[in-house]
Design a protein around this ligand. Structure first.
Ligand SMILES: C[S@@+](CC[C@H](N)C(=O)[O-])C[C@H]1O[C@@H](n2cnc3c(N)ncnc32)[C@H](O)[C@@H]1O
Length: 220
């Protein structure tokens, strides 16, 4: 049975991260790193184990990781201290469903970006398919309302085409994103699409080759 609802999702991810997941940075992270400078400020939304957040910070880019799993965020905070990276990276536990908390956090990050003269990059790897439609709506609307012109958006996620492929799947909540809806939705929320591709071969893991989309966009 697929666990539904925010509580079920959080329970699943907390148990998952308790196993102290230690994965190398993703191929999408490497792709995004090509576009960054020391002036970038990456907001890794749904950062999980922080595999990519730490990679950004280790390369000298300021980063913050946000996730609903307190377990993951607790481990990430300790790891940041151990690695002496606390000046480059921070982590915060937040449920994206909580729209007013989300808006407050985004406002704070926007202000930090302005104060430090940084270029904001919103980074969402494997998040959009892990949240339901309603949470996606809250997230994208809040992003659109709060973040200023020039903010970059980079997302990688499973699409509808992935639904039929064989996969390693342990029954946690998963949605398959319809890019025919998402792309116009992003455009209607004030984003210009800089590049969009979808297919397999983008992130092969444990013999699974998911059908994914990658979207790069800029707030107009
Ligand atoms: C598939 S994992 C991706 C983790 C990481 N970005 C990566 O690529 O390894 C999805 C993440 O989304 C987080 N998540 C799911 N629903 C959420 C919500 N409502 N609020 C905040 N985080 C959520 C989970 O805790 C999990 O860490």
């Amino acid at each position: 049975m697929k666990e539904q609802g925010t509580a079920g999702t959080k329970k699943y991810w907390n148990a998952f991260y308790k196993q102290n997941v230690n994965l190398p940075k993703s191929s999408f992270c490497s792709k995004v790193q090509e576009t960054l400078t020391s002036e970038s400020f990456v907001v890794d939304i749904g950062c999980g184990s922080g595999r990519d957040t730490f990679a950004f910070a280790s390369s000298g880019v300021d980063a913050i990781g946000i996730d609903g799993s307190e377990e993951a965020i607790g481990l990430n905070k300790s790891k940041a201290e151990e690695l002496l990276l606390s000046s480059k990276v921070s982590f915060i536990a937040l449920d994206l469903c909580k729209s007013s908390d989300l808006r407050n956090l985004f406002e704070e990050l926007k202000n930090q970006g302005i104060e430090k003269q940084k270029h904001l990059v919103l980074y969402l790897r494997f998040l959009l398919h892990a949240i339901d439609d309603k949470t996606e709506k809250t997230l994208l609307e809040t992003i659109s309302d709060v973040f200023p012109q020039g903010t970059k958006f980079a997302a990688e996620f499973r699409t509808k085409e992935d639904e039929q492929l064989n996969k390693i799947y342990d029954n946690h909540y998963r949605r398959f994103v319809d890019t025919d809806q998402l792309i116009p939705d992003l455009e209607s929320k004030g984003f210009e699409i800089n590049s969009f591709c979808k297919g397999t071969g983008l992130s092969i893991y444990k013999g699974e080759d998911p059908f994914l989309a990658r979207v790069f966009a800029t707030k107009l």
